[in-house]
Each structure stands twice: as structure tokens, then as C-alpha cells.
Design a protein. Structure first.
Length: 276
């Protein structure tokens, strides 16, 4: 099993989504579990209550992916148009809409081109506690697959990054209290699922070539590190490099699961490989 995470900077338009089958074709000999961020700047729009912009952005992507009009309307109705009291939704419930939209569109698109897959709801798998309203994030508590969901994990599965639920609502699925893992939380989600699935590798697809020894935006002599240990990665990421959050590193290190960072916009680059 390999866990592949795709950030919003990777999947930002129809053309980038159409690249997914090219990536997946490299993993045909192993089960794959996809963790998706919201498309592009959807989270920013939802934070600012720009629902009309999200509707238009989503509709345009689906049109360019050749979805039927009735399917487009069904998705928009489900997550935005027919959702009551959008303006009154709390922060997690509001911003989670982006990941639910991206995962459903990707699920449907891959099905349309012949790639059978299962859609998994991350809010029923990752549990948190201690919500912090200042950082708009919660503390990770635990993770597990519900019994009815275990048999859904097959050759290709898709879920949402960033999304979780409060542990106190675990016993009442009808009234799940959704939370988030905070900004850059999709990487953390990938790490959590990687550990849960005992993955052989977690691959983080980003819009950068990998981990550098220092910030390449500031230092022109920054060197791309093709292979590094977890200790090296911790030192760099705690200092100035924000390619990977320390929480992501810690979660995977516990199970000795290697991490690979790849540039989605330059797949020929080898990227960085983190392993002990």
C-alpha cells in the first residue's frame, strides 16, 4: 500500500486533475490510497465566505472535465447550493466543504475514465480533541477505520486531507462534529493514514522539487537533498523549511514509514526521500 497526497497547488484546474491518471499509472502494481486537499484556493474562498466564487470555480472545473450538466448540479447542490445556513456554519464545517468537493469530483472523474475507486470519508476515521479556535485546528487523538469501511479499502481509494472529527461525537455518527488538523493538515492526514494502513511509503506531491538544505527563495545556493534521514528532516523543517510539518514527520517515523516528496508539476524530478 502506498499513500499519495496531492495538495491544492497541484490540483488547481481541470488540466492538472487530468494528470492524475499519468501518476497513478506508475503505481499499478500496488494498492493506492489518495489523500486530497481542496482544489486551488478553495479553502481561502470558503474562509472568506466567497460561496459564489467556489460555485463558479467548481462548475468550471467540472465542465472542463466533461461532466454532464445534471451531475455538476448534483455536486453543487449537495455541498453548496442546497446547504442550509451556509453563513452560519462554524469554521470546520465551512472549510471542509473544499476537501469534500475535490474528493467527490476526483472520485467521479476517475470512474468516468475507467479507474474504479472507493470514496472514503476521513471524518469517520480521524479523531481529534482540544479544539483551538485561534489556530482553527484540533489535536490529533486517534485513527481507525469503521468496521463497515474496512472492506472498502481496495486497489484505489480516495479520501480528504485536513478533515477530522471530535472524539466526543464518535459514538453518534448521525451528529458528527467535524474538526480540522489545521493549515497544511493534508500532509498530516496522509501521515495518519500511512500509519493506519501500514503503508510502504507516503508520497507527498507538491509544487516544489523537494526538501532543500535552506530556503531556496532566500538562498540562491540552496541544495536539493535527494535523500535524508528523519533527524536531518526534523532539523531543517524546524528551522526554516516548511515543505513538511514536523507532526507529519513524527507520525511516520514512529512506524518507520519512508516519505517521498515529488513535484507534481515536474514529475521527471526525483524529489527527496526521507528514511531512517
Amino acid at each position: 500500500m502506498k499513500v499519495l497526497k496531492f495538495g491544492g497547488g497541484c490540483l488547481k484546474d481541470a488540466n492538472s486533475i487530468k494528470k492524475l491518471p499519468i501518476v497513478l499509472n506508475k503505481y499499478t502494481n500496488v494498492p493506492v490510497f489518495l489523500v486530497l486537499s481542496a482544489f486551488g484556493k478553495t479553502t481561502n474562498m470558503l474562509e472568506n465566505y466567497q460561496y459564489k466564487d467556489v460555485v463558479n470555480y467548481t462548475r468550471n472545473i467540472m465542465l472542463e472535465l466533461d461532466f454532464e450538466i445534471d451531475v455538476i448540479q448534483k455536486v453543487l447542490d449537495k455541498y453548496l447550493i442546497n446547504k442550509t445556513n451556509l453563513q452560519l456554519l462554524n469554521y470546520p464545517s465551512r472549510v471542509c466543504i473544499g476537501e469534500y468537493i475535490s474528493s467527490e469530483i476526483t472520485h467521479r472523474y476517475l470512474f468516468n475514465i475507467g479507474l474504479v475507486n472507493k470514496l472514503i470519508d476521513a471524518s469517520l476515521c480521524i479523531w481529534t480533541s482540544s479544539w483551538d479556535s485561534e489556530s482553527n485546528s484540533a489535536t490529533f487523538h486517534s485513527a481507525s477505520f469503521p468496521y463497515v469501511m474496512k472492506n472498502k479499502i481496495n486497489a484505489l481509494s480516495i479520501t480528504q486531507g485536513f478533515i477530522a472529527s471530535d472524539i466526543q461525537s464518535k459514538q453518534n455518527p448521525a451528529n458528527i462534529l467535524r474538526t480540522t488538523l489545521g493549515r497544511e493538515g493534508s500532509d498530516y492526514s496522509a501521515a495518519i493514514f500511512g500509519k493506519l494502513l501500514n503503508a510502504s511509503e507516503v508520497v507527498l506531491f507538491k509544487d516544489v522539487d523537494g526538501v532543500y538544505d535552506k530556503d531556496p527563495k532566500i538562498y540562491h545556493d540552496a541544495t536539493l537533498l535527494s535523500k535524508l534521514s528523519y533527524n536531518q528532516a526534523f532539523q531543517i523543517c524546524n528551522r526554516e523549511n516548511t515543505v513538511i510539518h514536523p507532526n507529519t514527520l513524527q507520525h511516520l517515523r514512529e512506524n518507520k514509514i519512508p516519505i517521498r516528496i515529488k513535484n507534481f508539476n515536474n514529475l521527471s524530478k526525483k524529489g527527496s526521500f526521507i528514511i531512517d
